[in-house]
Ligand binder design. Structure first.
Ligand code: MRU
Length: 343
């Protein structure tokens, strides 16, 4: 199967036909090592253990994992169950698997070659994500201040998507259009996606980058150093509430308190019209060991840890959501419905 041109440069999620090659993001920025996943269980493990992470990237990897599992002759329900159980918050995972299941049913009904049909559906999901990132870049680049400073959280770039990125895609498009600006990157405790992944990506692409501790972001805004905040999303409820990496809600509060616009950049596959508000979004809680060490243990024995991986930012704190369809200002249920074309 020939890969479309737009995916030839994708280095972190590569479909090999009989397997899926993933850049192991846990080892970045020091080591660029690849995992080769031969079935759905290996892909599910890579998602669970965050070798691949970021909402759209998880959905894409799961779609390829579904194709691999079915091609290995496993029952598709089992394949779907194992992939769906890998991480709970990013809706793109469930969106992609729903789509793969629909394609499987259609291929069986029409008597098509199921392996071919599923592989090409997964490639389409990947390709559409890259295209929607480029459109979001076009739609949002005018929001980036020329000559100013923007702030971002977690990683929303190539690594978190099929390629290019959501919030980082908007910054990439602004830079391509000749804008000059500095990017303040939150380190994003506990897994340091900002320091390890975003700073790595942006530095490679020639951005001006300054890393800050998560706890410095509000002060930077208070000092008037930040002109806009750009983040991604893992799931957006029907009323516009946004689940994203833990710390996003605090940033949105600080942005509102300091008159800084707060932009969310996400494809429409990140909206979950089946969830009325952010209170209904399942928030992943991860293992304590992610918090209790930084190189070496920092916590006294006997103290316990709470490690929510995401939080929910209420829609009223969001200035606008940039999607591949355009800009949704001041999201609310009626405006989300109109943007998604729902009755
Ligand atoms: O736990 P992670 O690293 O998968 O969390 C990723 C994020 O929170 C991203 O901001 C989000 O998925 C948007 S990625 C385009």
């Amino acid at each position: 199967m020939v890969l479309p041109k737009e995916l030839e440069g994708a280095y972190h999620i590569v479909w090999l036909g009989e397997a899926l090659r993933l850049l192991d993001q846990r080892l970045l920025p020091y080591e660029e090592r690849y995992l080769v996943c031969c079935d759905d269980e290996e892909v599910a493990r890579a998602i669970r253990e965050m070798a691949v992470r970021g909402a759209p990237a998880i959905g894409i990897a799961a779609a390829y994992g579904f194709a691999l599992g079915v091609a290995r002759g496993r029952d598709w329900r089992e394949v779907s169950r194992s992939l769906r159980g890998s991480r709970p918050t990013a809706v793109n995972l469930f969106w992609a698997l729903d789509r793969m299941e629909r394609r499987l049913a259609e291929a069986e009904r029409k008597g098509e070659d199921v392996r071919e049909a599923l592989a090409s559906e997964a490639i389409s999901i990947h390709l559409e994500d890259v295209r929607s990132n480029l459109r979001m870049g076009d739609n949002g680049s005018h929001l980036v201040p020329d000559g100013g400073v923007v702030l971002t959280h977690c990683n929303t770039g190539h690594l978190a998507t099929g390629g290019y990125g959501t919030a980082l895609g908007v910054l990439r498009s602004a830079k391509r259009r000749g804008k000059r600006f500095l990017v303040l990157v939150d380190e994003t405790r506990p897994l340091l996606q900002g320091a390890r992944l975003t700073a790595w990506e942006l530095e490679r692409d020639g951005f001006e980058v300054v890393l800050i501790c998560d706890s410095a972001a509000a002060f930077a805004m208070r000092r008037g150093m930040v002109e806009a905040v750009f983040v991604g999303a893992d799931r957006i409820a029907l009323n516009g509430d946004v689940a994203n990496k833990i710390g996003t809600y605090g940033l949105a509060i600080a942005a509102r308190a300091n008159g800084v616009p707060f932009y969310v950049v996400a494809p429409t596959s990140t909206f979950d019209a089946g969830v009325a508000s952010g209170d209904r979004i399942p928030i992943e809680e991860r293992a304590p060991h992610e918090v209790l060490t930084i190189g070496e243990r920092t916590l006294p024995l006997g103290v316990s840890v709470w490690n929510p991986a995401f939080d929910v930012t209420p829609a009223e704190l969001v200035t606008a959501i940039v999607t591949e369809r355009g800009i949704l200002e001041r999201p609310s249920e009626p405006s989300v419905r109109a943007h998604l074309g729902l009755p």
